[in-house]
Design a protein. Structure first.
Length: 244
């Protein structure tokens, strides 16, 4: 054990010396040898628009992606009726989605791909729209065999986005605050008679959000084991959040 530790320390010292030499070489290089440009504050990154505010905060939005989603779902008047779909005040209904094994087939199966919509919505909710997390995760669970009920749920998210296309998330970093994490669990919240025989229906849900003066990471997902009590579900959620 001692020999292995010595080898590790020697390798570490060697790596550190190499890194220091590389930094020194860079510092010794004269600025005139390189063409340096200052393009100012970043305003776009991977399709995300960054709007800077006078108070030091900035807002991240994805209006172009939202427009693509709404257009793909044919909610902007580009449907067979030529009518704009009504907007929704919330991204989902109170009712939890089930497998709906005996449900009817998708109505617009030939018009848009379910998995494509889920992929775009997942990217959106993970970057600028945490308000979609639960609704998108619910729909994503049934990507293998989506039914008409799941299609309606995805279209509802699209209708909600129509009324909030320019909305995003505002970041206002506060160096005085450290890292904070808020965790919660919903014990067997997805259980319903339609899926009473399915083990997944009694899975609890983990939800947490991390702050460093502003939200930097958020998650809403099912737990991987069956909790037998509310307390156990809370401990599992806490463990998942701390490991993250």
């Amino acid at each position: 054990m001692h020999s292995s530790t010595s080898k590790f320390n020697a390798q570490l010292v060697c790596d550190v010396k190499t890194s220091i030499q590389a930094v020194s070489a860079t510092e010794e290089a004269r600025p005139e040898k390189f063409l340096l440009t200052d393009e100012g504050d970043i305003n776009k990154f991977l399709g995300i628009e960054i709007n800077h505010h006078e108070d030091g905060s900035f807002e991240l939005t994805q209006p172009h992606l939202i427009k693509r989603i709404v257009d793909m779902l044919k909610l902007n008047g580009n449907n067979e009726w030529g009518q704009v779909a009504k907007s929704r005040a919330t991204p989902s209904e109170k009712k939890i989605l089930s497998k709906d094994s005996n449900g009817s087939r998708r109505k617009y199966e030939s018009d848009w791909k379910y998995r494509t919509a889920i992929g775009m919505l997942t990217y959106l909710q993970g970057n600028t729209r945490p308000d979609l997390s639960v609704a998108v995760h619910q729909c994503a669970r049934f990507s293998a065999d989506p039914k008409r009920s799941h299609e309606i749920a995805v279209m509802r998210i699209g209708k909600y986005l129509r009324s909030s296309m320019d909305k995003g998330i505002i970041y206002k970093p506060d160096k005085k605050k450290g890292l904070e994490c808020y965790v919660d669990a919903d014990f067997a919240g997805g259980w319903q008679h339609a899926d009473a025989e399915s083990a997944e229906s009694v899975m609890s849900r983990t939800g947490y959000i991390m702050y460093a003066g502003c939200p930097i990471h958020w998650v809403s997902k099912l737990q991987t084991e069956i909790a037998l009590s509310t307390a156990e579900a809370e401990y599992i959620a806490l463990s998942q959040a701390l490991r993250e």
